[in-house]
Design a protein. Structure first.
Length: 652
């Protein structure tokens, strides 16, 4: 059963990320609560860095996600992680990587972690976890109970039931049965759902401890409700409003926020969340193909990466296709971005000025398929605090319906349950020689409308599936309670400003691109840190800007390594990751240097270089090092040998 334990109160409004919530010794507080056992964590707000924290801490972690885009996003941003990638080419339906190749590369990764004494960090979808667990246990004899299994976006266990729990397909039931075999589980979501998970058998049969986070930095969403007849009508209103409003120099805008000093922030981009690719295509055909009001190049579509969706988009314009990557901070964004519910969970959008629009159906028979029940996840998708509109949401309700009538819902529930039981009775009452035909006909009904019945097939027999009922109750609750949603915001996002020096650095980082953009950005940050090293307040603001603007990975290098070590590693992330991993083991390269090079003795440059190389190699570090690196680890000086020009190093 789920035990409601306590609130985790974060009273400091300057703390927005879990990794910043630390005690006086630098230990992350979350680790004192989430220890051994099974836990359910309600983060309350999206974007608090929970997933990222567990991918960089010292634990062995298997991160499970219901959406591949989240895994791609994390895999592209963080090093030292293995993605168990079972994605398929939509043209051929063949996996990009054979299972044998994945098994081999997983083995190489595990060996590397063992050799370098670094924690194992694995990424996997819910659907592929059974396969990954089998390989870990049977091929490599890994004790999974020594890892933390983080089940990210765990509301999808309920939210995806209608998509993954029908006919003989019982993906979620199989997933839950497997994951509860292990001892250290962390279910994570920003969507309130404890009352619904506790209706599921696995949560009833096992002890699960519940924590709910309360953030002083939480900021309530500013919500605007609009009436529409359908998705096309909603977009017509958005487009008309956009064309009728301009900024101070005549550019079209979606929103404006004016300040007392006469300045203003303007929104030049729209991210529009809606249910169906067909609705997107209908809108785009009118605005691109028929009326030529929007250029295809100014539209981005994030949806399921299927052959059917690609064909639909190309029916609008041959150049159109779905996008596979979210643009990172500083990269170009289109004016119009359309997103369906299969794509955005846990993924960061990084626009400086985008407004958010949700077009909901509110069609009662498809509650659990309506994107309105994803609003807790849509909130906070815009990550940059410099976006003055990240806490603003426009919601379009069909015919202004924004509540579900209790009596009508009860009537539909009773009717659906009656029909479900009758279908099972029809099957059970069929003669043995026609039972297969009866089951086939029932499965066609389920395929035609997964929302029509509460029936799935188990081992060839139809039965009432309680997960389908829980999913419907959950979706109805979310849709009926669109109030008091929050984002994490350590200051007024609309007014956030840095001093001139920090703004200069921020702007310089934005324009850096190319294959080595991360290393080039680290180099630029290093230059600023060196220049202002004696100004602690300025350094603190640099850190604030880096976290605020999505450069938390860069900030971590400067938190964990000295400026000398960052320079000595040539700003190379792989080298610095290796060194940080070693430091986290409680040692330091300097300790081994002191053991190898004795006080009072002199060493030639070759002896120093060879000695440092041996130390690096013994730690699994790749850099060979130069003799001059010695000064970074001990007190020494270069002296001449007698009167010759040859120099040696003397250890003081």
């Amino acid at each position: 059963m789920i035990y409601k334990r306590q609130l985790l109160q974060i009273s400091d409004p300057s703390i927005k990320y879990i990794s910043e919530w630390r005690d006086n010794y630098g230990n992350c507080y979350i680790d004192s609560y989430i220890s051994n056992g099974r836990f359910l964590l309600n983060k309350q707000v999206t974007g608090c860095g929970c997933t990222s924290y567990y991918l960089v801490n010292d634990e062995n972690v298997i991160l499970l996600s219901p959406r591949v885009k989240l895994l791609r996003d994390k895999h592209s941003k963080l090093s030292g992680i293995f993605y168990f990638n079972r994605e398929k080419d939509e043209r051929t339906n063949i996996p990009y990587f054979t299972i044998n190749k994945l098994i081999y590369e997983l083995g190489q990764y595990l060996n590397s972690c063992y050799f370098n004494n670094t924690p194992i960090k694995l990424l996997c979808t819910y659907d592929s976890f059974n396969n990954l667990a089998e390989i870990l246990e049977n091929n490599y004899h890994v004790n999974i109970n020594k890892s933390r299994i983080v089940i990210d976006e765990c509301h999808s266990i309920i939210r995806d039931v209608k998509l993954k729990q029908c006919r003989n397909k019982r993906t979620l039931s199989d997933f839950l049965a497997r994951v509860f075999k292990y001892e250290n589980l962390l279910f994570v979501s920003a969507t309130p759902m404890m009352d619904f998970l506790e209706k599921i058998k696995e949560f009833q049969d096992n002890d699960v401890y519940y924590y709910e986070m309360k953030w002083a930095c939480a900021r309530e969403i500013e919500r605007f409700d609009h009436k529409c007849s359908d998705s096309k009508d909603a977009f017509d209103q958005i487009y008309k409003d956009y064309r009728s409003h301009v900024d101070s120099i005549g550019r079209n805008i979606f929103d404006a926020r004016y300040h007392a000093d006469g300045t203003a922030d303007y929104s030049y981009e729209a991210v529009i969340f809606l249910n169906d690719v067909k609705d997107i295509v209908r809108i785009l055909k009118y605005y691109i193909k028929d009326k030529n009001l929007i250029a295809p190049s100014d539209v981005t579509v994030f949806c399921a990466e299927t052959k059917k969706n690609r064909q639909l988009l190309k029916s609008v314009n041959k150049s159109m296709d779905y996008a596979t990557r979210i643009p990172q901070a500083g990269k170009p964004h289109t004016t119009w971005t359309f997103v369906t519910s299969t794509c955005f969970w846990g993924v960061d959008f990084n626009s400086q000025c985008a407004s958010t629009f949700v077009i909901a159906n509110y069609y009662i028979p498809s509650l659990s398929l309506d994107i309105a029940s994803d609003i807790p996840q849509i909130i906070g998708r815009q990550r940059l605090e410099s976006n003055a509109f990240r806490n603003t949401m426009h919601i379009f309700f069909t015919n202004a319906v924004n509540a579900i009538d209790d009596a009508e819902f009860k009537r539909i529930r009773e009717s659906r349950m009656e029909n479900s039981n009758k279908q099972i009775e029809l099957y059970e009452g069929s003669a043995d020689d026609v039972k297969d035909l009866a089951l086939s006909n029932l499965n066609k009904v389920i395929d035609g409308d997964p929302n029509d019945l509460y029936v799935t097939t188990v081992n060839g027999f139809p039965e009432i599936d309680p997960l389908l009922i829980v999913a419907e109750d959950f979706s109805r609750y979310i849709i009926s309670n669109h109030n008091n949603w929050f984002i994490g915001d350590r200051s007024n996002a609309a007014l956030i400003q840095f001093n001139g020096v920090t703004e200069n650095l921020k702007n310089e980082l934005l324009i850096i691109n190319g294959d080595k953009k991360t290393e080039d950005r680290i180099r630029r940050v290093y230059e600023y840190f060196v220049k202002y090293n004696d100004d602690s307040m300025q350094i603190e603001e640099f850190y604030k800007m880096l976290h605020t603007e999505g450069y938390g990975d860069i900030a971590s290098y400067f938190s964990n390594l000295s400026l000398q070590r960052i320079y000595a590693n040539g700003f190379n992330t792989t080298k610095m990751d290796n060194e940080i991993a070693f430091i986290r083991k409680g040692k330091d390269i300097a300790d081994l240097v002191k053991e190898k090079f004795e006080t009072g003795k002199t060493y030639s440059k070759k002896e120093v270089k060879d000695g440092l190389r041996q130390i690096y190699e013994s730690l699994g570090l790749k850099p060979k090092g130069t003799a001059s690196d010695l000064k970074n680890y001990c007190d020494c000086e270069e002296v001449r040998v007698n009167s010759s020009s040859n120099r040696v190093y003397r250890i003081k």
